[in-house]
Design a protein around this ligand. Structure first.
Ligand SMILES: Nc1ncnc2c1ncn2[C@@H]1O[C@H](COP(=O)(O)OP(=O)(O)OP(=O)(O)O)[C@@H](O)[C@H]1O
Ligand SMILES: [Mg+2]
Length: 261
């Protein structure tokens, strides 16, 4: 992939509903260029839906998204696919290709988009795999032969191969032990600090959210309730953000164990 200059993402008034459920009411958010931004929010608030809408994998109902000079609206399929080709992505469920070997999964973009030779693509894949703690002996296995955490790391390596200018990662450290979590977070940090990549990450790890990303955005009830620099979080005085980041049971976010009344 041609790695261009990273751009900011600007989302305005983005809305997405399913048949009888409004998930995203009106999302407005800027993801600054060349920095990392973490998106947090309670389970089932629409974090994954927002990432999929951003990538054009789910049609939006209304609103717009700008990335550099690309301006995308609902029904703009060509625009979204141009945008997709500039992004590396990891889905929450990994979405590995079952019939491809691990190295082929990791090297998918190099072989299919950049038309790199298989030999060279394999070499590159092995380097990326090593960075996420996967040895060469894993290269020829199939996804089904790996543990959940290993599959997650394959997904991270695949998203980051080819140094995309934009990285969108849904829960990249879910199910990993603390040591692997740290090494993946450091890898993400190097992508922003070292290469100026624009990074948007969803995580449920509030320790990481507090300390490892440049910017924080809090999603709840169909909107971004707060967004800003990480340093501003402790004094933000935003009850949603405060409750989420500190994992408090009390606050404006009520746990819905039963049907909503
Ligand atoms: N394809 C779909 N069809 C219908 N409803 C959907 C679909 N995808 C997601 N939803 C609903 O949208 C809401 C938000 O889901 P989403 O997966 O974005 O949550 P999330 O914030 O990523 O949660 P988690 O932290 O548990 O991953 C949920 O109520 C979910 O049931
Ligand atoms: Mg999710």
């Amino acid at each position: 992939m041609q790695s261009g200059a990273a751009e900011a993402i600007t989302i305005e008034g983005l809305a997405k509903s399913f048949v009888d459920k409004e998930v995203l009411r009106s999302i407005s958010l800027t993801v600054p260029a060349g920095e990392s931004t973490v998106l947090i929010g309670p389970s089932a608030t629409g974090k994954s839906v927002l990432l999929k809408c951003l990538l054009g994998l789910m049609p939006i109902d209304s609103g717009s998204m700008k990335y550099g000079n690309l301006e995308l609206h609902a029904q703009d399929a060509d625009g979204w696919s141009a945008f997709q080709s500039r992004a590396g992505m990891l889905f929450q469920q990994n979405a590995l290709f079952d019939s491809l070997r691990i190295w082929e999964n990791v090297a998918f973009r190099l072989i299919n988009q950049e038309r790199m030779s298989r030999k060279k693509a394999r070499e590159r894949a092995l380097i990326r795999m090593a960075e996420v703690g996967l040895g060469e002996e894993m290269a020829d296995l199939f996804p089904v032969e790996l543990s959940g955490g290993m599959q997650k790391r394959v997904g991270v390596a695949r998203a980051m191969i080819g140094n995309p200018e934009l990285l969108i990662l849904d829960d990249p450290t879910a199910g990993l032990d603390p040591i692997l979590t740290n090494s993946i977070l450091s890898l993400i940090e190097r992508a922003t600090a070292g290469k100026g990549t624009t990074v948007l990450v969803v995580t449920g790890d509030m320790k990481a959210a507090r300390s490892r990303f440049d910017n924080v955005a809090m999603l709840f009830d169909g909107e971004i309730k707060w967004s800003g620099r990480r340093e501003a979080v402790p004094d933000a005085g935003n009850p949603y953000l405060e409750q989420m980041i500190n994992g408090r049971a009390r606050g404006p976010i009520k746990m819905r164990l039963a049907a909503r009344d």
